[in-house]
Design a protein around this ligand. Structure first.
Ligand code: NDP
Length: 332
């Protein structure tokens, strides 16, 4: 079985040389374990943080060891109660072709209810992040105006559409290409969108949100956060989900330079970790699957084919090659 190892800790932007695809022998199945042939695995921005040797909310990847992360696949052998050969499972041993997983750490998923990839994206971790971040952390209420950055990505595209479906007065998104901006307005139903590479973010946000915003869902940090603080109305909230503009930075960002505005506007900035919000999962899955079935919520996926392109898929995610969830496909 082939698996991706981290072989050097990136300084700034990672390069292909930081990763190696290696052959590994599979261990024998112990009692309670299953053998899974991975069909898809996820590459996510948070993995960049795990490539640094620092203490964080997830432990760092170890050098010359397989990386891990979300994956879905088919069970080839089982010594675990309640999981049978032929079942499909979601589990945490991605970045490899085959995985030996503890049955207790695998969740059965039904490919007849949704495509397997949906469990890594729109109905999975990024989807719950969007749902919980907007509704619980951002305390969004009907009639409010929402701005989301990274809006054509897995989390952001869902944030904007949930806000629209829950009665936002205005939904604004930013993304890094003109095609993505077009998609936001024409397919996902955003009221306004802009390309942050086309000019000053504060100015572009002001034009897109002349009456201000009430909730900012931050996937990017830096000048996007500064622009949002300027545009937020009194008692506005920021759900601080990610700061991808800083993940490869070697110097701290000078922005936001306007934090003092938090006082006069009585803003609330709150960090968000999806793992705190598991209790919301059943409600999230029920509501979002219904919107997918009715066609009210659309989602895209960018699939990179082949285990050998796994590291390249991750680098592409950081560059913005993806629209919607970035996924590595191992399916034939
Ligand atoms: P995305 O699908 O949004 O992919 C990442 C996107 O980030 C790229 O497509 C790119 O799009 C954009 N991007 C890259 N560099 C920059 C930059 N310098 N400035 C602005 N945009 C940039 O990934 P996810 O939806 O999986 O994750 C989105 C965010 O949510 C990340 O910050 C991630 O860390 C965070 N997250 C946090 C969780 C939590 O529990 N706190 C859980 C899950 C995700 P473009 O072309 O628009 O630049």
């Amino acid at each position: 079985s082939r698996e991706w190892h981290l072989v050097a800790r990136p300084q700034g932007w990672p390069t292909p040389d930081d990763f190696a695809l290696r052959e590994a022998a599979l261990p024998e199945l112990a009692d309670g374990q299953i053998l899974v042939k991975n069909s898809y695995f996820s590459v996510d921005p948070y993995m960049r943080g795990r490539m640094n040797d620092v203490k964080s909310y997830v432990p760092p990847f170890q050098l010359d060891q397989p990386m891990d992360g979300g994956a879905v696949g088919e069970v080839l052998a089982s010594r675990a109660e309640g999981i049978a050969v032929g079942d499909h499972v979601l589990h945490g041993l991605g970045w490899r072709e085959y995985a030996v997983v503890d049955g207790s750490r695998a969740a059965k998923v039904d490919p007849s209810l949704a495509p397997l990839t949906a469990y890594l994206g729109v109905l999975g971790m990024p989807g719950l992040t969007a749902y919980a971040g907007l509704l619980e952390v951002g305390s969004f209420k009907e009639g409010e105006a929402v701005f989301v950055s990274g809006a054509a990505g897995a989390v952001g595209s869902e944030v904007g559409q949930i806000a629209r479906l829950k009665g936002a007065s205005r939904v604004i998104g930013s993304a890094g290409t003109d095609e993505k901006v077009k998609l936001l307005v024409e397919e996902y139903g955003f009221d306004a969108a802009f390309n942050y590479k086309n000019g000053d973010v504060t100015r572009q946000l002001k034009e897109a949100a002349p009456d201000g915003i009430d909730v900012y869902f931050d996937n990017v940090g830096g000048d996007h956060l500064e622009a949002a603080i300027s545009a937020l109305n009194v008692h506005g909230r920021v759900a601080v989900c990610g700061m991808i503009s800083m993940y490869n930075a070697t110097e701290p960002s000078p922005a936001p330079r306007n934090l003092a505005m938090v006082i006069g506007k009585r803003l609330r900035l709150q960090g968000l970790l999806v793992s705190d919000h598991s209790a919301l999962r059943p409600q999230f899955v029920e509501e979002v699957s219904a919107w997918i079935r009715s066609g009210d919520l659309k989602y895209d996926e960018t699939k990179v084919q082949g285990i050998e392109n796994g590291a390249e898929a991750f680098l592409g995610l950081l560059r913005g090659d993806n629209t919607g969830k970035m996924i590595v496909s191992l399916a034939d």
